[in-house]
Structures are given as structure tokens and as C-alpha cells.
Design a protein around this ligand. Structure first.
Ligand code: FES
Length: 143
């Protein structure tokens, strides 16, 4: 059985396709939205199946993620995932941020419907790409 309610103009569906309150909160009030203009690392990930994209920009100091922002062109789940993923890595050491998996992100959101699990990969991939970009820049910095 499916029960539908409306929350702040968005439809919450319980039963199949249930979105947790955390998903709805991060979709309606995404944290760390935007782009760091003088970023130390930039990562982009896209889904071939739906065409959605996530961009992560990071500022790094002493191997710690001092600041992080995201821009997401995609579904509500991808926006919520990007938002909470930035919260999970902000202030973390790079080696710890690299350990954040899509499963960690899904757990932090109190779950996702099975049909939306692929969306959770985008933030993880974009974070790893941003850190790899930072590390490449450091290797190529010949100062
Ligand atoms: Fe494409 Fe969610 S449907 S990321």
C-alpha cells in the first residue's frame, strides 16, 4: 500500500519509494551549495544512465578538507546525497574523506529507495575525483 503526503510542496511517498525525513531535509535545504572559485581540487561525476552530474570543489589545508561545495544537476536524491556527502567530508583528513563510500552516504540519509541507489555513487565519485585532482596539482607543483 502506498500513502502519499505533501511536505513543503514536495511529495513524500511512504511504502515503495519512501524518502526519509533526512533526504527531504537535505533536498529542501541543501548544505554547502556552490563552487569554490579558487578551489584546490575539482571533481565531476556523471551518470550515463540518467545524465545527471555532480561537481565537488574542495579547499585543502594541511591535508584536511577545509571547505567543500557542490553543484548538482540531477534528481532530488542526487541533491540530498551531494549535500550530506559534503557534510561528511568537511573538516576531515583527505585519507578519511577517501574512505567515505556511497553506503556511508546512504546510511547518513537513513536509506534510499532501491531505484535511487545508483544516485548515491555520484557524490562518492566526485569526491574521489576532487581529491585526485588536488593530489595531481600537488605532484605537478614544482615550487
Ligand atoms: Fe540520476 Fe538520481 S536519477 S542521479
Amino acid at each position: 500500500m502506498t500513502l502519499k503526503t505533501h511536505i513543503g510542496g514536495y511529495q513524500k511517498v511512504t511504502g515503495f519509494g519512501f524518502y526519509s525525513d533526512k533526504v527531504i531535509d537535505h533536498f529542501q535545504n541543501p548544505r554547502n551549495v556552490g563552487k569554490i572559485e579558487d578551489a584546490d581540487g575539482v571533481g565531476v561525476a556523471g551518470s550515463e544512465s540518467c545524465g545527471d552530474m555532480v561537481q565537488i570543489t574542495i579547499k585543502v589545508r594541511d591535508d584536511r578538507i577545509e571547505d567543500v561545495k557542490f553543484k548538482t544537476y540531477g534528481c532530488g536524491a542526487a541533491i540530498a546525497i551531494s549535500s550530506i556527502a559534503t557534510e561528511l567530508i568537511k573538516g576531515e583528513m583527505l585519507e578519511d574523506a577517501l574512505q567515505v563510500s556511497n553506503q556511508d552516504v546512504v546510511e547518513a540519509l537513513a536509506g534510499l529507495p532501491p531505484v535511487k541507489m545508483h544516485c548515491s555513487l555520484l557524490a562518492e565519485e566526485a569526491i574521489k575525483a576532487a581529491i585526485a585532482d588536488y593530489q595531481n596539482r600537488m605532484r605537478n607543483d614544482t615550487r
